[in-house]
Design a protein around this ligand. Structure first.
Ligand SMILES: Nc1ncnc2c1ncn2[C@@H]1O[C@H](COP(=O)(O)OP(=O)(O)OP(=O)(O)O)[C@@H](O)[C@H]1O
Length: 310
């Protein structure tokens, strides 16, 4: 078994390379493991590295060292390969993926807790052939996520404050709704929408939680469809929405669990964020991936630790 640390040197506010090299060295010396550290060189590189290694057929354990973007890229590289599994060492700005594990998040910071941890399958979301693990959102929340990196470079803003800054700018200057045709299995709705959030997990945007009951291994994608609303309603809605209380606004938000969600627009104005990484198109199809992700974590961890019933 090989242990591969894929390190995004640009993730997070501080350089974490030295700390990761020390952890990797410790696994070599204390446990005699075959460990390799690889730095990413550009966006998308983590997927290329992981996929190439998976094709060798060797048994592999990957450690995505970065934020949600790095986690997403490694997942896209390994999903579908039986010989590979992944975990995460969080050194990013937001690390929303690991929030799903609740209080166990801190255990992921040390590879000593991970290298022989249990492996389990997790669901994934397929978005036009690309994979998201936590949430695939389209609409104002995706535009906010696309712009959030501009603000997260500020030394005075943490993950959540950067998200709020981006939300305010989009809300005040760029408008809330988009005219789309949304298909939820057989149902077709043409209307103005604020957002469509397809949730496998629960967190995005530095800790916002659209659907608290979403579970990451139940084969269900909880999908929140929010029609265009006035600025006044949006202001009242956003707080409860961020805490999984969409059901307090039944005239605005509807939560369903379709097998396939398709969004179409007359122009390429559909911004869709997959775990924070954004694509823009005029036709997006989102469904449960037919592949599951092999994931490993600290003993006793649970990707549904923070899930709740309505
Ligand atoms: N060497 C590199 N140079 C520039 N960008 C890179 C490099 N390696 C990876 N990236 C890109 O950096 C972006 C940000 O990475 P990531 O999301 O992991 O960190 P973060 O933004 O600090 O964390 P989070 O998304 O959790 O807030 C990703 O889009 C990734 O593709």
């Amino acid at each position: 078994m090989k242990h591969i640390f894929i390190i995004n040197p640009t993730a997070g506010k501080y350089d974490s390379r030295q700390r990761i090299y020390e952890m990797a060295d410790h696994l070599r010396t204390a446990h005699g493991l075959d460990v390799q550290c690889i730095l990413t060189k550009k966006q998308g590189h983590a997927t290329e590295i992981a996929q190439k290694l998976c094709q060798t057929g060797e048994p592999l354990r990957f450690y995505a060292c970065g934020g949600d973007g790095t986690v997403n890229e490694v997942a896209n590289g390994i999903i579908g390969y039986d010989n590979a599994a992944m975990s995460v060492i969080p050194v990013g700005t937001g690390n929303d993926f690991l929030k799903n594990f609740g209080g166990d998040m801190d255990k992921f910071r040390d590879a000593e807790n991970l290298w022989d941890g249990p492996q389990f399958p997790m669901d994934a979301i397929d978005v036009n052939g690309r994979v998201a693990l936590t949430i695939a959102c389209s609409g104002i929340d995706a535009r906010v996520a696309r712009d959030v990196h501009k603000y997260s470079e500020s030394p005075i803003l943490d993950g959540k404050s950067s998200y709020i800054a981006s939300l305010l700018v989009n809300f005040l200057f760029k408008g809330i709704g988009s005219h789309w045709t949304v298909e939820l299995d057989g149902e077709t709705i043409e209307d103005d929408f604020s957002l469509v959030s397809v949730c496998n997990g629960r967190y995005y945007g530095g800790g916002f939680m659209p659907v608290a009951e979403a579970r990451m291994d139940d084969g269900v994608l909880n999908t929140l469809v929010v029609k265009k609303v006035s600025r006044g309603t949006f202001i009242k809605f956003v707080g409860p929405y961020s805490k999984g209380q969409y059901y307090k606004f039944p005239h605005v938000a509807r939560c369903v669990a379709p097998k396939v969600v398709r969004i179409r627009s007359e122009k390429p104005d559909i911004v869709t964020c997959l775990d924070g990484e954004c694509i823009t198109s005029d036709d997006v199809t989102i469904r449960l991936s037919d592949k599951r992700l092999n994931f490993f974590g600290p003993a006793g961890c649970d990707c549904n630790r923070t899930a709740r019933d309505i």
